[in-house]
Design a protein around this ligand. Structure first.
Ligand SMILES: Cc1ncc(COP(=O)(O)O)c(C=O)c1O
Length: 365
């Protein structure tokens, strides 16, 4: 039996550190926006190589508040991809802006920059490249397009699946005007509940997000601007501080397991790692025209798989309003039919990787 994912092994490997951190918070009696969140924000910003990090309630909220801080709203267009978590597009719509979808490259499964250039209109206010499955989008041409445009277009990196991934030697999250991270439990850096962060080098944007996440308060009980409640809590911050210290080792373990899959897979092509960076393999995603049969073949051998994501955003009922039809975004549509995520997490035994690869190789495509 090889489960798709197992979070208990990670806790077992760091239990004394986690238990000490959570006990410290429980004994302190301070649960919201206290010293743990402050310390985590400092440590996470330093890890990414950015000036500011602001802890918020989830990755979805990180995207939403980042867009609000950029001034995105009704009448604006924000370009992103159709093969992402629904959160990316939900966050755009929450601002009142229109989501414009741009197809992805068949090799990297990431935003296609030539199509992106064609999707820009005078209403385009921001672009959200999604660093999907742990691999950075090709940021240089995206930043060039956005910043050369008049008026300037903002770039918001969706880093929910890419904590620690690099692009041209530097970690993603500090390239764009602003970036959003999720700490959903299964992420490469995951809390024991919901959590998220916004990262930026821009002090004014950081201050705006800081206000937005708590009712627009600069001072308690007096709202300078209209805000909301989206706060990272002290318990999650204390957990994340422990886990951040292990993130590089865990990402290296993911890369080691991904490399072994890539070495062992025969008939089915491994995912392509682009030369411009190092992926952190949030997911290890293969493609097969007979994906459902392959998943059943693996299931029959006790191997768990998953599909991220089985429906492109524009093919989901809630997003019919975006106005796309089947065939409009053919690469993302094909990927939704053909992708399959194999088991991959830092503690996955290497023998399990070998067993999964062998079972995949026994499937006749
Ligand atoms: C690419 C992407 N963006 C945004 C999110 C939203 O994060 P959260 O679940 O923390 O709201 C996720 C995770 O679900 C994601 O994978």
């Amino acid at each position: 039996m090889v489960p798709f994912f197992d979070l208990t092994k990670q806790y077992e490997s760091i239990q004394p550190e986690i238990d000490a951190a959570t006990a410290r918070v429980l004994k302190s009696g301070w649960f919201i926006l206290g010293p743990e969140v402050k310390a985590f924000e400092k440590e996470f910003a330093a890890y990414i190589g950015a000036a500011h990090a602001i802890g918020v309630g989830s990755g979805t909220e990180a995207l939403h508040l980042a867009l609000l801080a950029l001034g995105v709203g009704s009448g604006d267009e924000v370009i992103t991809v159709p093969n992402t978590a629904v959160a990316t597009v939900a966050a755009i719509e929450m601002t009142g802006a229109r989501a414009v979808l741009c197809d992805v490259r068949p090799d990297s499964m990431l935003i296609d920059v030539e199509q992106l250039a064609r999707a820009i209109t005078p209403r385009t206010k921001a672009i959200i490249p999604v660093h999907l499955f742990g691999q950075s989008a090709d940021l240089d041409p995206i930043l060039h397009l956005a910043h050369a445009h008049a008026p300037r277009i903002f770039v918001l990196e969706d880093c929910a699946q890419a904590h620690g991934a690099t692009y041209r030697g530097k970690r993603v999250g500090a390239y764009g005007d602003i970036a959003a991270f999720s700490f959903y439990p299964t992420k490469n850096l995951g809390a024991y509940g919901d959590g998220g962060a916004i990262v930026t080098n821009d002090a004014a944007l950081a201050e705006r997000v800081d206000l937005l996440r708590q009712y627009g308060w600069r001072e308690r009980y007096s709202s300078d601007i209209k805000g909301t409640n989206s706060r990272l809590d002290e318990l999650q911050a204390a957990v994340l501080r422990v886990k951040l210290r292990h993130l590089d080792a865990w990402n290296a373990a993911r890369r080691e397991r991904a490399a072994l899959y890539t070495e062992l897979l025969r008939a089915i092509a491994p995912p392509r790692e682009m030369a411009y960076g190092q992926a952190v393999y949030h997911l290890y995603v293969i493609q097969s025209a007979r994906r459902d049969e392959l998943a059943a073949h693996l299931q029959a051998r006790g191997i768990g798989t998953a599909i991220q994501y089985p429906h492109a955003i524009h093919r989901q009922p809630a997003y019919a309003n975006l106005g796309y039809r089947e065939g409009d975004l053919p690469v993302a549509e094909r990927l939704a039919r053909e992708i399959l995520s194999l088991p991959l997490y830092p503690e996955l035994p290497l023998d399990d990787v070998r067993a999964v690869a062998q079972a995949v190789n026994e499937f006749k495509p």
